[in-house]
Design a protein around this ligand. Structure first.
Ligand code: COA
Length: 671
């Protein structure tokens, strides 16, 4: 597999974003792919082709329905909702695709039909127009074998619902031009998707997991009911396999794809015969469960975990995909709560081996590990690392949470820095975020509820989260933050501890903590005043009123050193800053600083939200005390303790609960 850069946006694209895309097949997933493209590239011309006019009419109706829903939910404004439906054309005539720069085939999974479609496409588009197929299982090498220009063709496999599900598998097959794969990764990443590069194995990477997970569930039906299997499975997934099969009308698909795997790779993949005789499974919905006898539960759990790990090690041994993509793809595309390798990491290795031994006994032929299990676990899950001219670029990649920081990610960043900081061949580091929306949306709010009400635990959590930041303070080699999008809360706190900041023009920073009823405990009440005293008034407003700091204002204030128009310019600027700082960088003031007094305020955030007076009082006290603290370390400690205090307030309970429930907090009620 050729993957030049791990972060797709580090490459300079060889061609521009598409201007005219055609999607062949308007019945099922095709319109959803089209809707994703139009909602992210509103100026795009989109042509939907189908043999059925009714399917085209239905697809256009779906566009209107989605846009109206987005409008009602405030996810789009009226102009965006109109733009997504404009310049969308339906036709039963293939001639309508003439002039397209990208054609996406999303027709039925039938190899002969697909070949006929590709011949019809190739007869009408330019020899360099990109052609991709949304097949979930058929290898590129087979479906594109008759194409005259194979180098511009590959598989781009979307996941339902394709307008919202970020995952897309991009198949790197031998005939595909490296520039094609690079361009597709760049386009997807620039438009909010998560491209996962895989090799050209039947069913690629994620459907090997999904199909065999479902097949295993069906093979268990001799010893358990569908409801029992789904109940046990929800330890690992949000919805059990039978529930998902009902939803997706998936029985024929498993029969087809597992037959393909069985024909190619062995009888152990043969689909359970029951798929052919059942229309709908009798099962429980997510959130509901049935009682499962202990021995049955154990058998189901062992086999489901066994098949997950069997398929995972096979994918890695055959280099079908990378371990980080496998885990992330299982969570984003397939609804797993943890990736299979994360599950393996949490399981004592002897227990994992017992489960695999049981699978080997009960399901002879299924792939087994070819090396010690621990060897499969040596990878970074939440960061990508690239090298540009001797500068290590660390990309935070948690697209499911806008790159929010949690312990594992913090540890991975620190581990990468420690691995290279004494390497004379490494000039320094850049930290950036994956995609073009967020640098980092802050500390992971999902981790907060467990520490509410426990001052010592909350303060310790802050101290623990700071281990990376304190390390940055002491480093000799420069670290530059490249803000590719919003930097919120802990994300901004990370950026402000880097030795320089560069930002994309439309990025912004915010400290929204008081709107959650808590305080920014890992430096934001301390560092800005010691580093950019000229901007103290701005930081007061950011801390007390959650005011946004736009990149352009940040440049004017000297918080950010330079602005970039796009992501490749951003990284080039960041790398240049690292090189410029090679001789040394300034340190955060280690002595007391003066901060302006807090003016009286109306107790409201910039958004108009009524804030908690208790939280605001804790904030103001901490900022003042930290400014007077004799050393940076003492000031930071004041911040950790103040976070601990805030975690014990009724406002924190209300703010964190409201975020989880997706509602506005009622601080007026709790005080
Ligand atoms: N921690 C954990 N998850 C986070 C997160 C954070 N700091 N910020 C965003 N996410 C998650 C969301 O919960 C959502 O997950 P879901 O799809 O499973 O529901 C996902 O990231 C996408 O965010 P969403 O809110 O749907 O995107 P949006 O574009 O509508 O809003 C924000 C973006 C940043 C305004 C909003 O996510 C937000 O307010 N986040 C919290 C920011 C914050 O307060 N940070 C400081 C924390 S101390």
């Amino acid at each position: 597999m050729q993957v030049p850069q791990n972060n797709p946006l580090l490459q300079t694209p060889t061609r521009s974003l598409p201007r005219h895309v055609a999607v062949i097949g308007a019945g099922s997933i095709g319109p959803d792919i089209g809707y994703y493209l139009k909602s992210t590239l509103p100026d795009l011309k989109l042509t939907l082709i189908d043999i059925s006019q009714a399917a085209i009419d239905g697809a256009l109706g779906r566009f209107a329905e989605y846009a109206n829903k987005a409008l009602a939910k405030g996810k789009m404004n009226a102009q965006q909702a109109a733009a997504v439906q404009q310049n969308v054309h339906g036709s039963t005539d293939y001639d309508a695709i003439k002039g397209c720069d990208w054609v996406i085939e999303a027709a039925t999974e039938n190899i002969d039909l697909k070949r006929r479609i590709f011949a019809a496409i190739e007869a009408r588009v330019a020899s360099d127009a990109v052609i991709t197929s949304n097949t979930s299982s058929l290898p590129a090498e087979r479906i594109f074998s008759d194409l005259q220009h194979k180098e511009r063709a590959t598989v781009t496999h979307f996941f339902a619902p394709a307008w919202r599900n970020p995952a897309v598998e991009v198949i790197d097959w031998p005939e595909a031009a490296p520039a094609l794969v690079a361009w597709l990764r760049w386009v997807f990443c620039s438009t909010g998707k998560l491209p996962l590069v895989t090799s050209d194995a039947p069913c690629f990477m994620l459907d090997r997991i999904f199909d065999n997970w479902c097949n295993e569930a069906a093979l268990l039906l001799g010893q358990a009911t569908a409801s029992e299997v789904d109940t046990v499975a929800t330890e690992f997934v949000h919805a059990g396999p039978f529930f998902v099969l009902n939803l997706a009308h998936g029985n024929p698909i498993i029969t087809e794809t597992n037959t393909l795997q069985a024909d190619e790779e062995g009888e152990h993949y043969r689909p359970a015969p029951i798929f052919k005789s059942v229309q709908k499974w009798l099962t429980v919905a997510p959130g509901k469960r049935v009682e499962v006898p202990a021995a049955t539960a154990q058998a189901i759990r062992d086999r489901l975990l066994g098949i997950l790990w069997s398929q995972s090690v096979d994918i890695l041994d055959r280099a079908i995909g990378t371990p980080a993509d496998l885990d992330l793809g299982c969570c984003t595309a397939l609804g797993f709560k943890s990736g299979p390798l994360a599950l393996l990491r949490q399981t004592p290795l002897a227990e994992a081996q017992r489960i695999l031994d049981r699978l080997a006994q009960e399901r002879a032929g299924m792939p087994m590990p070819r090396k010690p299990l621990a060897d499969y676990l040596r990878f970074e899950r939440h960061v990508l690392v690239d090298d540009l001219d001797g500068v290590k670029v660390i990309t935070l990649r948690r697209p499911e949470a806008l790159n929010a920081l949690h312990d594992e990610m913090t540890d991975e960043i620190l581990a990468v820095i420690r691995r290279f900081e004494n390497d004379p061949g490494v000039a320094g580091f850049v930290i950036t975020g994956y995609g073009n929306k967020a640098f980092c949306a802050g500390a992971d709010i999902g981790r907060f509820p467990s520490m509410l009400g426990d001052k010592a635990a909350a303060a310790q959590y802050s101290r623990d989260c700071s281990r990376l930041l304190v390390h940055l303070d002491s480093m000799q080699k420069p670290v530059v933050a490249a803000l590719n999008g919003m930097a919120l809360g802990g994300g901004f706190e990370l950026a402000m501890r880097c030795h320089a900041l560069v930002a994309i023009e439309n990025s912004w920073m915010q400290l929204p903590e008081v709107s959650l009823g808590i305080l920014p405990g890992i430096g934001a009440m301390v560092v800005p005043y010691r580093r950019w005293p000229q901007a103290a008034g701005t930081f007061h407003a950011m801390l007390r009123r959650c005011e946004k700091l736009k990149a352009k204002q940040a440049l004017a204030l000297g918080v950010v050193d330079a602005l970039a128009k796009d992501s490749s310019e951003l990284i080039a600027l960041a790398v240049a800053r690292v090189q410029a700082l090679a001789q040394g960088h300034s340190r955060i003031a280690d002595a007391p600083v003066a901060v302006p007094a807090f003016e009286p305020m109306d107790g409201k955030a910039a958004s108009g939200m009524i804030l908690s007076p208790t939280t605001l009082a804790l904030l103001e006290r901490a900022v003042q005390q930290a400014a007077e603290a004799p050393t940076l370390a003492a000031a930071l400690e004041i911040g950790y303790l103040a976070f601990g205090d805030s975690a014990c307030t009724a406002a924190a309970r209300e703010g964190i609960a409201a975020f989880g429930e997706r509602r506005a907090p009622d601080f007026a009620r709790v005080g």
